[in-house]
Write a protein that binds this ligand. Structure first.
Ligand code: ZN
Length: 177
């Protein structure tokens, strides 16, 4: 596995629309390696999600860390799930604002409105159809990552740039939110 180079804001690859993958392509070793490399890259940079265009690949693949908040006292566990050709559908009409950052827009955070609950249809890494229901932070992460496949960055979704904040200032003034 290898750690991939992350494209930063200004690189046109982040503004292009990524193409759909077909099942035959998903089974190729090179594509399976891309999935593993993206997971390794995301962990290396302590991200909670990563989209293929962020590593210069214009295909509809994201990896997202989905937390399982169990009712017992165990720490919530993060399971990293690859989603191929993901389609996000909002469930209900609740919109919530929350903080987001992005490995391609380093050192800043901002408040972004997102659907509170979503349904995601996608293919898994074996090309099998899956459907998952998400709410809260995992729903936010998944919407952020799938936006990357259409060339959309989180700053585009902000209602106002008033909350765009450097990480130092975030820690000083906003972290208690
Ligand atoms: Zn991002």
């Amino acid at each position: 596995m290898s750690i991939l180079k992350i494209a930063r804001m200004g690189n046109p690859v982040l503004r292009a629309k990524a193409r759909q993958l077909d099942p035959a392509e998903i089974r190729q070793p090179a594509f399976q390696k891309l999935i593993d490399d993206m997971i390794e890259t995301m962990n290396e940079y302590r991200g909670i999600g990563l989209a293929a265009p962020q590593v210069h690949e214009q295909v509809r693949l994201v990896v997202v860390g989905l937390q399982h908040d169990d009712d017992d006292d165990d720490e919530s566990q993060t399971k990293i799930v690859p989603l191929i050709n993901p389609e996000v559908t909002p469930v209900g009409s609740d919109i919530v604002e929350g903080w987001e950052g992005c490995l391609s827009v380093p050192e800043v955070r901002g408040r972004v409105p997102r659907a509170a609950a979503i349904r995601v249809q996608a293919l898994d890494r074996r090309g099998k159809r899956i459907e998952i229901a998400l709410e809260g932070f995992p729903a936010r992460v998944t919407q952020h990552e799938t936006d990357h496949l259409d060339g959309i960055l989180f700053i585009d979704r902000m209602r106002s740039l008033d909350s765009l904040t450097y990480l130092d200032e975030y820690a000083r003034f906003w972290a208690k939110d």
